[in-house]
Design a protein around this ligand. Sequence first.
Ligand code: NAD
Ligand code: DAU
Length: 347
Amino acid sequence: MSEFDTLLVTGGAGFIGSNFVHVVAERTPARRVVVLDKLTYAGNAENLAGLDVELVRGDIADPEDVGRAFQATGTGGGGGAENIAVIHFAAETHVDRSIESALPFLHTNVVGTQVLLDAARERGVRRFVHISTDEVYGPIPDGVFTPEDDLLNPTNPYSASKAASEHLVHAATITHGIDAVITRCSNNYGPYQFPEKLIPLMIANASEDKPLPVYGDGLCERDWTHVRDHCDAVLAVLERGRAGATYNIPGNTHKTNLEVLHFLLDVLGKPRSLIHHVKDRPGHDRRYAPDGARIQSELGWTPSRTFDDAMEETVRWYQDNTDWLERVRSGEYRNYYERHYGERLKT
Ligand code: NAD
Ligand code: DAU
């Protein structure tokens, strides 16, 4: 048995988690993978089709469900997990939904993280990789890049819940000696992203000649990372990251939302008149900009994809997978879309 030969991946049926399982299957096929996922509106078992993984449907905030997931890795209670790493992606992730209703974010992101930490400690897991976000730094002034030791200043319920979960992970490393590493990536794009997020939402709407609802002046800036670059960075952190450390994962591609929309419209051959400025998101952070010096110097990792090529490839993926898009947009999402954009798009 080698280190980390079994991975317990929480949230593995979501966007980044499922891409991570695909990357693991390609790079290290001998690894055993168990996914623990509640299959919320954002989770989709179909994202893992064709992969040799065991999917345990359950809630990370429920100790019994977490126990079932550990059993599926071959470990019961009281030890036996020394070759196992937990890669913790599961979360409520959409900022707009957290503004509408914060409690599910506390349940999953805060309580769920503590339940997992307790279970990992009880079983002696070898390493716990906690997937966090650059949103925990809050808005960053122009020209500034945030290193990992900056103060956390979350400004919306989602980012506050992610910052809280980071504190619990840090506390577990200090108090209980858990081997944990935290990652903070910037905005991801790529296949299997739920279409409430900017990129797939705008590709889907533009493809159907529907309006593109850009919040406020559209000049908020994000750093864009292709999801596969994020997954490569998480593998590097799993295998070579320093216990107790935090690593930013930047895409090193800074763009305003309008610049992103112009790019997508050009690739799709659609007019800019589809862009509609709508009421801004409350507490909308103007700019995020994580500094990548630590992960580059310690682990030799930098993103390998260029925005133009990887975004064009992403557009093609959504064009080639309209059935997938239709299926995930059915049901609850239609109500959400109407509730969230109905009024906004009338003004
Ligand atoms: P997602 O919303 O696409 O997927 C989340 C997954 O977690 C879903 O499969 C869902 O079913 C599952 N889940 C939710 N609540 C659960 C619970 N209580 N128990 C078990 N499973 C549950 O999210 P994503 O965009 O893939 O994000 C994954 C992680 O990466 C999150 O922790 C997020 O904070 C972080 N992150 C995301 C981005 C981004 O741009 N999307 C950037 C940086 C960090
Ligand atoms: O920075 C990392 C974070 O990126 C992750 O931690 C979050 O889980 C992920 O959802 C993402 O958060 P954002 O709020 O940045 O992503 P979103 O796709 O919701 O929005 C990106 C930008 O686009 C943001 O400035 C808001 C704007 N936007 C978004 C939507 C959905 C619009 O202008 N219109 C929209 O309809």
